[in-house]
Ligand binder design. Structure first.
Ligand code: SF4
Length: 430
């Protein structure tokens, strides 16, 4: 049996054109997916059964005991941290926020260590945004700033941006100009018409210089800015102003270099300036397939998109104080629940050491380094393959993910709901 128009639950491109071949309840082939999506569909090592840590060792247990243990940990904690939520569907996020509210915890997503600064920058400046469909159909200039889709979002250029063909862009790559700004010559940069190599941590200076040139004040600039010749910057500004429809696509190179959300604020301001001359939009190259979805659910439930402290009776948001890494770095979190994420792999060392000192609950289909420090491990079905649900593409478009094959595992949503039920029961018993 061939399933058509399947969505890929891997990266923020959320490609929706995959063909998946199923035989006797197993996936035996996938067409159109990139190598990243392919590896997810074709499967790899799974967590086989629920586990709890006894005498320092993870041992298999029942789902019932795992739920009970998880509920006891969260209920007993004074400052529980519920983290992850971006490689799962919106329905799980909604239950997670209810759980965080019930235990008076802090809920945060993986955005905190990726495009969180973009979100703060957007709050500061506002967003001249668009859908990826508009970029595909209209953009004749694409700027990748600190983004390398050739490695991180392999089908982005072909489906949505530089190499795609659209209604008003029938020539595809031939009818477009591509600018790449990065700290090294990436694979994406090799496809560029103009590559601007910048020194790490100088994005803000370079953006500020471009804004001056765009606004006709380039004569006030020195001959070079952050090591880049003014003539190079003038060429970039000319290309931008000459475009009929330009799109700036920002990546982690911008959000996680010195300046962070101020870099994003600068990029959004540059785009706002360019709209005085032509049509320009800006989009964040979101990583996990539903990182945008968690932000949506969290914002409509609490008023804030991430790093929300629900211990005060009203939601409180102050990244730098209430983000997952902040709580762990201050040794404030005394229990942690990790859903569909792997902070042990990508958090700073000191925060992972803090995780190792507190009870950790992991909810995930796959084992990862977080499993090694978890005290309760609960395996789940893979969303978008073994469970349906809603996810938001990197441009904010919501899409419905299919269930392609059955699973013996409960969904993330069911697991969080079961823990929530038990937490409420513990509350009733006390
Ligand atoms: S580009 Fe992203 S969403 Fe598309 S197939 Fe590859 S991993 Fe999946």
């Amino acid at each position: 049996m061939i399933e058509e128009d399947v969505l890929c639950p891997f990266c923020g491109c959320l490609c929706d054109d995959l063909k998946v071949e199923v035989e006797e309840g197993r996936i035996v082939g996938v067409k159109r997916a990139c190598r990243l999506g392919m590896s997810k569909f074709m499967g790899h090592e799974r967590i086989v059964a629920p586990m709890v840590r006894r005498d320092g060792v993870l041992v298999e247990t029942s789902y019932e005991e795992a739920y009970e243990r998880a509920a006891e940990i969260l209920k007993a904690a004074k400052r529980p941290l519920l983290y992850g939520w971006c490689s799962t569907v919106c329905e799980t996020a909604k239950k997670g926020i209810l759980l965080a509210e019930e235990v008076g915890g802090v809920i945060d997503s993986t955005a905190t260590v990726c495009h969180g600064p973009s979100i703060i920058g957007i709050e500061e400046k506002g967003l001249a945004g668009s859908t990826l469909g508009q970029v595909k159909n209209r953009a004749d200039l694409i700027v990748f700033w600190g983004a390398n889709p050739a490695e991180a979002h392999p089908r982005h250029t072909l489906r949505y941006s530089s190499n795609s063909t659209g209604m008003f862009t029938p020539e595809g790559r031939g009818g477009r100009k591509v600018i790449v700004v990065d700290v090294r010559k990436t694979r994406t940069a090799k496809n560029a018409d103009k590559f601007v190599l910048i020194r790490p941590g100088t994005d803000y200076e370079v953006i500020a210089a471009l804004r001056m040139i765009v606004k006709g004040k380039g004569d006030l600039l020195p001959d070079a800015v952050a090591g880049i010749a003014k003539s190079d910057l003038e060429e970039v500004a000319d290309m931008m102003k000459a475009a009929k429809f330009g799109a700036v696509l920002i990546g982690l190179g911008l959000t996680h270099s010195r300046g962070r959300y101020k870099n994003v604020d600068g990029a959004l301001s540059l785009v706002a300036d360019l709209n005085g001359f032509t049509k320009f939009v800006v989009l964040a190259m979101r990583g996990h397939y539903n990182v945008a979805g968690f932000g949506q659910v969290c914002a409509w439930e609490t008023g804030y998109p991430m790093a929300v402290d629900l211990s005060r009776g009203a939601p409180y948001f102050n990244p730098g104080e209430t983000a997952a890494c902040d709580l762990l770095a201050r040794r404030e979190a005394d229990a942690m629940m990790v859903v569909a994420a792997d902070p042990a792999s990508n958090f700073p060392r000191k925060t992972v050491e803090a995780m190792a000192e507190i009870p950790v609950i992991q909810v995930d289909p796959y084992p990862n380094p977080t499993t090694f420090i978890a005290d309760v491990v609960i395996p789940t079905a893979v969303c978008g393959i073994e469970a349906e649900g809603t996810a938001y593409r990197m441009d904010g478009l919501s899409l419905r993910m299919k269930k392609v094959v059955d699973s013996v595992y409960p969904t993330d949503e069911e697991v969080v709901e079961n823990i929530l039920d038990r937490v409420r029961r513990l509350g009733d018993d006390n």
